[in-house]
Write a new protein. Structure first.
Length: 139
């Protein structure tokens, strides 16, 4: 399953800040109910020790890293909104049939030199809205 490999990000359940690390599901230490977590590590040079941070996340915001960066060096994540350099239309990065894609335009993501991350569907849903002839939004 995708959730057991790779790098992920999601919004922390309480303060809604983005956290990045490795995703896992485990029983809550008090309630025993399954909870989604992201675990990250950093090396503290002052103490010469590794610090582990574990955050409970909102699973609805879970995004997997595609392994690619955009033309500006930003990581491209599942659920990012990107623009292609040849088109000025935003599109959603999705995981479809075992691959990351921008299905709206039929692009698979073998390379990312011509894409730019402009937001994500959680923080910037308005970027995916399309205006019709009556100036009403359609998603």
């Amino acid at each position: 399953m995708r959730e057991n490999i790779g790098l992920f990000k999601a919004k922390e359940a309480v303060n809604k800040d983005w956290v990045e690390g490795y995703f896992y599901k485990a029983p809550h230490p008090i309630t025993g109910f399954p909870v989604d977590y992201i675990c990250s590590t950093t090396f503290n040079e002052n103490t010469e020790t590794w610090e582990v941070k574990v955050d409970i996340i909102d699973p609805e915001t879970l995004c997997e890293f595609t392994g690619l960066t955009d033309k500006n060096g930003n990581k491209i994540w599942e659920n990012n909104i990107v623009k292609h350099c040849a088109e000025n239309k935003p599109a959603l990065v999705e995981f479809v049939k075992g691959q990351f894609s921008i299905a709206k335009y039929g692009y698979w993501l073998p390379s990312s030199d011509c894409f730019e991350v402009i937001g994500n569907k959680f923080d910037n849903p308005e970027l995916l809205e399309v205006k019709n002839d009556n100036n009403k939004s359609n998603i």
